[in-house]
Ligand binder design. Structure first.
Ligand SMILES: NC(=O)c1ccc[n+]([C@@H]2O[C@H](COP(=O)([O-])OP(=O)(O)OC[C@H]3O[C@@H](n4cnc5c(N)ncnc54)[C@H](O)[C@@H]3O)[C@@H](O)[C@H]2O)c1
Length: 305
């Protein structure tokens, strides 16, 4: 399925994530059907739209004109080119829901799940090969209508053309798709978040800082930084013109000291990867630092408004 031919999208599950996707798809000019068994789904769709539309520079009237609330799941997906599933995060539930989706959706439809952590191979377990070939994870960050990332994670039976179409589709929506090469519970962004949250809980419970102080410290440091450069580029720049190699030589010892299982050979592999990704030496440092500073200034100005 070519992403250009995705014109009709079904949003299955109209909670926090489904409603946000719905608004974004409508803003992109797609025809959107929505399905959710809650009896007040039509009101929920209507009432949520003004705020969502405002964040997208649109109006509720304009976006609602492209949205149809369906009476059943079968009706919602019957003509869909892509189904975005946003139901409760339970394996057995999603497995059954995808059986129903696959039996009612057209044979060409891409079948995606917003799941925060359950891998596509498990969700697709009860599907035949033809349906599993079109099923994959498209995990957004909340709120999906604003946050750029969509993690694209195919399952063992997903065919490459489905993955490529999904990447193209979300990119054309203005998202930043990141394709992941192995399935792992929680995917990447939530696994990173989980590590940070664990430490945040501990620091507050130990009385080191209050909840508010911790949030302030994060926003004023790693939060602001990570909007401009990721952890690897940041570590590379932290080493000055000597880059990550210098950083590991002086500060990185504790990475291999503990029981993390990271060996000296692993460290050398990381250093080589970073140097080949970003360049090394004084000229690369100057170029990277200049780009970082420009973006950091823009972020500082934007969040201080
Ligand atoms: N909330 C987040 O921050 C976040 C971020 C990214 C991804 N996700 C994922 O998105 C999915 C939805 O999460 P949420 O936070 O929007 O949950 P939610 O509880 O707000 O919404 C779930 C919706 O699914 C509906 N539902 C129940 N059974 C259904 C069925 N048979 N068919 C269709 N809809 C049905 C419910 O009525 C409800 O409206 C989950 O898989 C979650 O892991 C959540």
């Amino acid at each position: 399925m070519n992403s250009d031919s995705i014109r009709r999208v079904a949003v299955v599950g109209a909670g926090t994530i489904g409603l946000s996707w719905m608004a974004l798809f409508a803003k992109a000019g797609l025809s959107v059907t929505v399905s959710d068994p809650r009896p007040d789904v039509a009101e929920v769709v209507r009432d949520s739209m003004p705020e969502l539309a405002k964040t997208l520079g649109s109006t509720a009237e304009e976006l609602l004109a492209r949205v149809t609330v369906s009476n059943s799941l079968e009706e919602a997906v019957a003509e869909a080119d892509l189904v975005q599933e946003n139901g409760p995060e339970r394996l057995e539930f999603k497995q059954q829901l995808f059986v129903e989706i696959a039996s009612a959706a057209p044979a060409h439809a891409l079948l995606t799940s917003s799941s925060s952590g359950i891998v596509a191979t498990l969700i697709a377990e009860k599907l035949d090969d033809a349906a599993a070939a079109r099923m994959l994870i498209a995990h957004p960050f909340n709120p999906p209508q604003l946050m750029p990332l969509v993690e694209i994670v195919p399952g063992e039976r997903t065919v490459e053309s489905s993955t490529l179409s999904a990447i193209e589709f979300y990119r054309e929506l203005g998202k930043i798709p990141v394709r992941e090469h192995k399935e792992i519970q929680g995917f990447v962004a939530n696994r990173l978040q989980a590590v940070v949250l664990k430490e945040a809980f501990s620091l507050v419970l130990q009385g080191v800082v209050s909840v508010e102080e911790l949030d302030t410290a994060m926003k004023a440091s790693l939060g602001a930084r990570w909007a401009t450069i990721g952890p690897f580029e940041s570590y590379h720049l932290g080493g000055g013109p000597g880059g990550i190699r210098h950083m590991f030589a002086h500060l990185g010892g504790n990475l291999t000291d503990d029981d993390s299982g990271v060996t000296e050979a692993d460290v050398e592999r990381l250093i080589t990867d970073v140097e080949s990704t970003y360049g090394a030496g004084p000229e690369a440092y100057r170029r990277l630092a200049e780009a970082r500073d420009r973006r950091q200034l823009a972020v500082n100005q934007a969040v201080n408004n």
